[in-house]
Structure formats: C-alpha cells, structure tokens
Design a binder for this molecule. Structure first.
Ligand code: NAD
Ligand code: GLY
Length: 362
C-alpha cells in the first residue's frame, strides 16, 4: 500500500480531497469512491494515454463503472473551444446523462479543458482530476479554474468549477521530460515567493534533489504547494481578492505565451521569465531588496528555467497582451508584485515608467 497524503480544499459542500502518493493509480478504490454514477468518460491525450490509461480503466472496471475514453491532440495549441466541442459531441453521441463523471488524465491542458467541458455539459456534471505533470499536480488540478485559450488571450474562456477529487500519483512524473519537470518547478517556486519564505529557502537547499527526481523531496514540494493553494482557494474561491497572488509573474507570462504562439514557450517557462519581471519591477519601486531578485533568478536558473524574456518581444506587444487579463479593472492593468520574499500583493499603484523599464530591460 503506497503512502498517501491527503489534503482538503475546504469549500463547504463543494470541499474535496487531494490525494498525493507514489503509485496511487493502482489503488482502484481511491478513484472508484469518487465516481457517483455508473458511467465515466476519460479525457486524455495521445501522449499520456499509452502510459496511464490502462490503470484508470482497471480501477473503473473494478467498480463496475462503464467507461469510454477520448484522446485529444497533445499541446497548448489544442486548449481551445474546438476541443471542448469534441468532448461535448462525444458525450451527446453516447447519451451521457447528468450522473456521468468526466475524468481528466493528463497535464494542465487536459485538466483545464475537461473541467470546462464538465462545467457546461447539461449545466454541470462531476469531474475528477488525475494530474500527471508536476505543474498540474502542484497547481492546475487544484482550485477549480477551468477553461481554454482564445487566440487573443490566454484562459479567456472558462468557469470556476471544482472537481470531486484530485488524485496526484507522483510516480507518473517518472516519464515526464526534464523540460516539463522544470516548467512545473516555476509554479513551485512561485508559492515560496508569494507566501512562504521558509519554503523558498527549503527549495534553495533542495533544488538539485527535485531536479534529480528524489521521491521524498518531490512529494514534500507537491504537498507544500498544494497546501498553499488549497488554503488560498478556501479563502477566496472566485478570486475576489487574495487568490490573485497565485498569478505572480503570470501577467507577463501570459503575454509571452500569447504573443509567442501557444506551445512555443511552455506555461512554466513563461511564468519563470514573468517571475523575474515581477521581481524586477518590485525592486525598481524599492519594495524589495535587490537580493530578493537575485535569489529568485538564481533559483530559477538552478531549475533550468529561463530568466530572460524573449528578445524579440516589444513593449507594445506586452502592453497589448496584458490589456487582456482577467485581473484588470476598468481598463487598468493590475499586477501582482512583491513586498518581501514570501509576501506578494496585488496593485494598480505602480509607476508606468518603471513598468516600461522592466519590460525594456528583461
Ligand atoms: P501540458 O498539459 O501541456 O503537459 C505538458 C506535456 O507533458 C504534454 O505534452 C503532455 O502530454 C505531457 N505529459 C503529461 N503527463 C505526462 C507524463 N506523466 N509523462 C510524460 N509526458 C506527460 O502542460 P502542463 O504544464 O501540465 O499545464 C499547463 C497548462 O496548465 C496551461 O494551459 C496553463 O494555462 C494551465 N494552468 C492552469 C491552472 C489552473 O488553475 N487551472 C494553473 C496553472 C496552469
Ligand atoms: N493558477 C492561479 C489560480 O488558480 O488561481
């Protein structure tokens, strides 16, 4: 029996567990107990399905749950409304009713699309997150933000819709590429920066272990990250306030992803460059010491992540892309910045000239 850690996202009658452990996909009961009806549709992609679909099917068989699967093309460029349409078509063709459960098996792309489809099919059916990338295990599978991209803006179409459970089997990370593992580390480092200086220091000491996929270190990082996210989501599910700090570096990062073409910069890579830009702008305002920015850069570099924004992006491209952001209020770009290591805040009260300097020097 693998060691399982269970955390909870506390949201009243929409509360749900996050299971974290090595080999959890082999535990049929864990999945089975969260499927209410008799049918399920597993959504995955052409990369992940050959690796892990059979385990999920076996668990559903063990609970006599009828199931089918739908494999999407792999890539951020397929996180579109068209992919949602493909899922809805299949659900209708197979006459799935409101008791059905969608199961997202894959990274954040599959998870975000599946959650969105679940939230709109027949005004909402249950879904379960089985995240298989580090990024999705520490971030996207938790908290109920679902959605797809629009060509003009990242994650511009979506809903808040919580899953029945999150089942993070850390052994699935064994097959993840080094580049994707690093991309996940960007979001892990983000938690240290926004809310947990001690965790940031722990990351500084353990970054090589994480890159070497040391099981204990990875499990610890995933638990601390999920715990941080679960706490914030429990306080502010629909991002009326504090939840926005989870977007440190994302205004810049989303601008990079959108402008460079979805999939060219991985989400985590764009966030890494964005974290440095957020630290830079915070430092230009003298809200943080230069040492905090340097520590951030050093940790990201040790994680094999980019610390420089794309050289061919112009100031106007940033501003155009950042003008389409869900945090903005009445046309003003809202940013998440740092006032200390481990302390982020949301503001519109920054100097536009300093923003321009950050963008032009990044
Ligand atoms: P991804 O889903 O594209 O997965 C990365 C790559 O790894 C893909 O090619 C995938 O097929 C492959 N893969 C997945 N699991 C694997 C495994 N175990 N072994 C081998 N290959 C595997 O990318 P991601 O980094 O997981 O997620 C990024 C997405 O998440 C972005 O669209 C981002 O906007 C979104 N996101 C959402 C939230 C949220 O709160 N909903 C938070 C953060 C990020
Ligand atoms: N990834 C940001 C959030 O979930 O709020």
């Amino acid at each position: 029996m693998p060691l399982t850690h269970t955390l909870k996202v506390e949201l009243g009658d929409r509360s749900y567990p996050i299971y974290i452990g090595d080999g959890l996909l082999g535990e049929a009961d864990l999945l089975g107990r969260h499927v209410d009806g008799q049918t399920a549709l597993i959504i995955s992609n052409t990369t992940v399905a050959p690796l892990y679909l059979a385990s999920v099917q076996k668990s559903l068989d063990a609970h006599n749950i009828r199931h089918d699967n739908l494999l999407l093309d792999d890539g951020e460029q397929y996180k579109t409304i068209a992919s949602v349409g493909i899922i809805i078509d299949r659900l209708l063709q197979q006459k799935h009713d409101r008791q059905t459960t969608l199961i997202a098996l894959g990274g954040g792309v599959v998870g975000d699309i599946t959650g969105f489809a679940a939230s709109i099919y027949q005004r909402g059916v249950n879904y379960i997150q089985i995240p298989t990338t580090l990024l999705s295990q520490v971030d996207s599978s938790v908290g109920g933000k679902t959605g797809v991209n629009h060509v003009l803006g990242k994650n511009m179409i979506g809903t808040f819709y919580q899953p029945q459970c999150v089942l993070a089997d850390t052994s699935t990370l064994d097959t993840l590429s080094d580049r994707e593992l690093s991309a996940g580390l960007a979001e892990v480092i983000k938690y240290g920066l926004i809310r947990d200086a001690k965790f940031f220091q722990w990351l500084e000491q353990n970054i090589q272990k994480l890159k070497d996929r040391d099981k204990e270190a990875l499990s610890e990082a995933i638990q601390i990250s999920c715990n941080c996210k679960a706490e914030i989501v429990s306080i502010d599910e629909r991002e009326a306030g504090i939840r926005a700090i989870l977007n440190l570096g994302h205004s810049f990062g989303h601008a990079i992803e959108t402008t460079m073409g979805y999939g060219n910069w991985l989400h985590g890579e764009a966030v890494a460059a964005g974290l440095v830009m957020a630290a830079d702008l915070s430092e230009r305002h003298r809200w943080i010491d230069q040492s905090v920015k340097q520590q951030t850069i050093a940790l990201l570099e040790k994680s094999s992540l980019p610390v420089k924004a794309p050289t061919d992006m112009t100031f106007d491209q940033y501003v155009n892309a950042m003008a389409i952001d869900k945090k903005n209020v009445d046309g003003t770009i809202k940013l998440v910045l740092l006032k200390n290591l481990g302390e982020a805040f949301v503001t519109t009260d920054y100097d536009p000239k300093l923003l321009e300097q950050t963008i032009n020097n990044s």
